[in-house]
Design a protein around this ligand. Structure first.
Ligand code: PAP
Length: 280
């Protein structure tokens, strides 16, 4: 896995007009991909909810290619026309430095760590093929920063600092903001990507249609997301798309973590983010 990541740093060729969606796992990559895809491609579809819209028949994870892990294929990325919409889970330190020097636009999405941890734990249990993942053990590892993409606090902070240094090119978002006001975020995203909604589009509700099309209810009700899935690890693991749509809510951690665990993680977050200005 590490080798694969290092290959990205060496071989991925960013372009100045790339837009890269970045998330730490379980921050709702699925939602961000759906929103960005629907925004960028809206002119290709007469009506955004036309029956042939790709989001109705494909899982959002497959509509925006990954850079790096999870099936990312660097040769394939080279064949894509510009401007490219890409995704990655990689920390900034594992991307080529040209991402910064060329001014690639980055949309970073993070999530309240207790909820992100619980989402991950559920996900791991679902794909564990019957094995029960002990929450205490996984929690200890999470606090120690054991994660395929490094400690979550380094991940968040790298992109947070980048957003302070390049505010025009790096948009730092929180999952909770999208849940709270998806329409505002959709409008902000369109503006940031460089395809703002026109007055006419707003009048006819195109921005609201994007919100509706990408909502948890709309996506999770689709046949592809209820019954489809993808094989990983050379067919040894089957990931049903339904596991990417568990609840889509904030604050579910209270139903699975003790008060003590919650306080421990909150304290860690406070210590790690101290002085950075980052608030979750
Ligand atoms: P990944 O790390 O495997 O890419 P990712 O999409 O980042 O998965 O995270 C899945 C979480 O996003 C799930 O959270 P939960 O376990 O707390 O429920 C999932 O429900 C949530 N999610 C996915 N799509 C949406 C959506 N359209 N609206 C709100 N939440 C969503």
């Amino acid at each position: 896995m590490v080798t694969k990541f290092m290959l990205v740093k060496e071989n991925f060729k960013p372009r100045h007009d790339d837009v890269i969606l970045v998330t730490n796992p379980k921050s709702s990559t699925t939602w961000l991909k759906a929103l960005a895809f629907a925004i960028v491609n809206r002119s290709s579809f007469e009506s955004i909810d036309a029956s042939h819209h790709p989001l109705l028949t494909q899982n959002p994870q497959h509509l925006v290619p990954f850079v790096g892990a999870q099936g990312g294929n660097l040769d394939y990325l080279e064949t894509l026309p510009s401007p490219r919409l890409l995704t990655t889970h990689l920390p900034l330190s594992l991307l080529p430095s040209t991402v910064t020097t060329m001014g690639c636009r980055i949309i970073y999405l993070c999530r309240e760590p207790k909820d992100a941890f619980i989402s991950r734990w559920h996900f791991d249990n679902k794909i564990a093929q019957g094995a029960k993942i002990n929450i205490d053990t996984t929690f200890t590892m999470f606090l120690e920063g054991c994660s395929p993409f490094g400690p979550f606090w380094d991940h968040y902070l790298q992109y947070w600092k980048e957003s302070l240094q390049r505010p025009r090119d790096v948009l730092f978002l929180r999952y909770e903001e999208i849940v709270f006001d998806p329409l505002k975020v959709v409008r902000d995203l369109a503006g940031f990507i460089g395809v703002p909604f026109t007055e006419e589009e707003v009048k006819s509700g195109v921005d609201q249609e994007v919100v509706r099309l990408c909502s948890f209810k709309a996506l999770s009700d689709l046949d592809i997301n209820r019954n489809g899935g993808v094989e990983r690890a050379e067919g040894k693991i089957f990931i049903a798309y339904s596991v990417l749509f568990r609840q889509g809510k904030t604050g579910d951690w209270v139903n699975h973590m003790s008060k003590d665990m919650g306080e421990k993680l909150d304290q860690l977050v406070e210590d790690k983010f101290k002085g950075s200005g980052l608030k979750l």
